[in-house]
Design a protein around this ligand. Structure first.
Ligand SMILES: [Zn+2]
Length: 125
C-alpha cells in the first residue's frame, strides 16, 4: 500500500508561500509546504550528508584495517568452525578480501554475498 498524504499535507502542497523561505510558490509546494528551490536544496543537502556519512564509514573502515596491519584489498582469512551432524566441529579456512563500505570494515568472500565481520579475520599467509 502506498503512502497516503494527510489533509494537512495536501493543504501544504497547494500553491502558496513556502514554509521555509516565504517565497511564492505558484506551481505548488512539497508536502512540507516548501517551494521547489527549498525542496531541492534540502534534497541535495541530505544527499551530501549521506555521502559524507558513507565516506566517514569508509575512512573508519580503512583505519580499522590499518590498525590491524591490513590494507584494503589485501587477502585475509579466518578459521571458522562448522557444526556437523553428530555435534562434531570441523574447522575450515575462510578466505576473503579486506574491504570497506557504508558499514565500515568488512570481509568479502568471493562467491558469497554476505559481508563478514572483520574481527575474526587476519592477514592471509
Ligand atoms: Zn522556499
Amino acid at each position: 500500500m502506498g503512502y497516503r498524504l494527510t489533509k494537512a499535507e495536501r493543504e501544504l502542497m497547494k500553491p502558496g508561500k513556502c514554509t521555509a523561505c516565504g517565497a511564492d510558490a505558484p506551481t505548488g509546494r512539497n508536502s512540507a509546504g516548501r517551494c521547489y528551490r527549498c525542496h531541492n536544496a534540502q534534497y541535495y543537502q541530505r544527499k551530501a550528508d549521506r555521502a559524507a556519512w558513507r565516506e566517514e564509514q569508509r575512512r573508519k573502515g580503512r583505519e580499522y584495517w590499518a590498525g590491524r596491519g591490513v590494507v584494503v584489498g589485501d587477502a585475509v582469512e579466518a578459521i571458522v568452525s562448522d557444526m556437523l551432524t553428530g555435534g562434531l566441529l570441523a574447522c575450515r579456512v575462510l578466505r576473503g578480501v579486506a574491504r570497506v563500505g557504508a558499514a565500515g570494515a568488512y570481509v568479502h568472500v568471493p562467491g558469497d554475498a554476505k559481508q563478514y565481520e572483520p574481527y575474526r579475520f587476519k592477514p592471509a599467509v
